[in-house]
Design a protein around this ligand. Structure first.
Ligand code: UTP
Length: 458
């Protein structure tokens, strides 16, 4: 018979969380073991500290200390710099990191978001489109580009199974590395108590994309990659099939200026667009969440009439491996952000409760909190239509419909540049294995053709 270890019992009492043992006597032995293991891993001191500070605002400094971020346009990057990017890829110094641990609540899709079919003609999943890019990059440079896939307990099993079933989309299995981010329990808004999702199971959720950095280090993967000679890690999100993976110009400029973290920026579509904004905050590069940006800065304009803070973040970064080691292997920790959410749970009498108002505090780390830790950084601008079309919502902005249209528009643009006429508003798509950019595309097609029906270039 499994008992609660005395040390755990002591900690539960100290933090007034003994209610999680409600119904212990009725629990099967395997559930008791799992519960003890979960509870043992919880840092109650940290939770108590987070709860005690819940009303302290994670305030930004005064607006005068928030300056627009200096940027270089992608097409202004020199050939010499771009060649450094090509050389790093050819030397096998680059890995790409796909974060796919999120719950995808807004999209409302039952499976991990990477399984969502997005190809406007091919119907390929987000995962397949990303894997095809990794395949094309590896083939082009004659060196396998490691694909690091970060999952969470919410997405791990199905993600790994999907890759296995699809034969890793033609990549050698040894080129794909899965690692899991951590989770954080939620606390009740009133009282700071842990919530039970069912008997013997404490509600917790992924600890935010900021969990990537700790997980990368704690899984041992960061050291392993460094030992393999990987120097740069390209970070991107599962929901953006437009992303230009390890674009050599971006990479080359990052190497040339010895940047520790480099970020892509795209023009915000309108002042109140819900995307983080890159800015210089108290002398360091950072990203300010849209909800935290003071109104006067949201609307401020520059002398050229454009928004002063127009540098929207598509969540695309390049990290120097040495920098990642520095910030993950010492005492440094990314801060937790608070979110007030409705969390269904089991009450102390064993009944399920579906709250009608926010009842819980969730805690998440954001990857961009690592940016201000860098002494040397870089921001490279790109046009939105070649870089960013995320699938966030089921309908409306940033939905599957707008994303498929963006993939079609990009293909139409490459086709026109290659001398192909596009005469109908039909779905179009290019496989990354066929071409990764307009120049590669033009080299593979004959001009003069007219497109009148849905076309997949593969
Ligand atoms: P979002 O913040 O858009 O969250 O994640 P989401 O889970 O995809 O969707 P919602 O907010 O629940 O609707 C941006 C990226 O960060 C990853 C996601 O998988 C996505 O690639 N992410 C997010 C993680 O890997 N872990 C997390 O804990 C949160």
């Amino acid at each position: 018979m499994q008992d609660v270890p005395p040390d755990l019992m002591h900690r539960l009492r100290k933090h007034q969380q003994e209610h999680v043992l409600h119904g212990w006597d009725q629990l099967e032995i395997t559930h008791r073991v799992a519960l003890v293991e979960h509870l043992t891993g919880i840092d109650f001191e940290q939770l108590a500290h987070l709860y005690a500070n819940r009303d302290k605002s994670q305030a930004l400094p005064p607006s005068e200390q928030i300056q627009p971020v200096p940027m270089i346009a992608g097409d202004e990057i020199s050939k010499e710099a771009t060649d450094l990017g090509h050389a790093a890829l050819a030397a096998g110094e680059v890995a790409v990191l796909l974060v796919a641990g999120g719950q995808g609540t807004r999209l409302g899709f039952d499976l991990p978001k990477g399984l969502f079919k997005i190809g406007p003609v091919s119907d390929k999943s987000l995962f397949e489109i990303h894997a095809d890019k990794v395949f094309a990059l590896s083939r082009k440079y004659g060196k396998p580009v490691p694909l690091l896939v970060m999952t969470s307990p919410v997405t791990h099993e199905e993600t790994e199974r999907f890759f296995q079933e699809k034969n890793y989309f033609g990549l050698p299995a040894s080129q794909v590395y899965f690692f899991q981010q951590g989770t954080m329990p939620a606390l009740t808004l009133e009282g700071g108590k842990l919530l039970m999702e069912k008997p013997g199971s404490v509600f917790s959720s992924p600890n935010g994309h900021g969990g990537t950095l700790t997980a990368l280090s704690e899984s041992g993967l960061l050291d392993k990659l460094a030992a393999q000679g990987i120097k740069h890690i390209f970070y991107f999100q599962v929901d953006n099939p437009l992303v230009r993976l390890a674009d050599p110009a971006f990479l080359g400029e990052h190497i040339r200026v010895k940047s520790q973290v480099s970020s892509r920026a795209i023009d915000k579509a309108y002042p109140k667009e819900k995307m983080g904004v890159l800015a210089v905050v108290s002398g360091k590069c950072g990203i300010i969440e849209y909800s935290d940006m003071p109104d006067e800065l949201v609307h401020a304009t520059a002398p050229d009439g454009k928004l002063l803070h127009r540098a929207g973040s598509p969540a695309i970064h390049l990290f120097d491996v040495g920098f990642l080691k520095e910030i993950t292997q010492g005492e440094t920790r990314l801060p937790f952000h608070y979110a007030r959410k409705k969390v269904p749970h089991m009450d102390t009498t064993g009944n399920m409760v579906t709250p009608s108002a926010e009842n819980a505090l969730k805690f998440e780390m954001f990857v961009f909190d690592a940016l201000p830790m860098a002494e040397r950084w870089l921001v490279v601008e790109s046009p939105r239509e070649v870089e960013f079309a995320p699938v966030k919502n089921a309908t409306g902005v940033d939905s599957p419909e707008t994303c498929r249209q963006a993939l079609t528009n990009l293909t139409a643009d490459w086709a026109k540049k290659a001398g192909i006429r596009v005469e109908a508003n039909v779905p179009l798509e290019v496989s990354p294995r066929f071409a990764m950019d307009a120049a590669e595309f033009a080299a593979r097609v004959y001009p003069g053709r007219t497109i009148t029906e849905a076309t997949f270039f593969e």
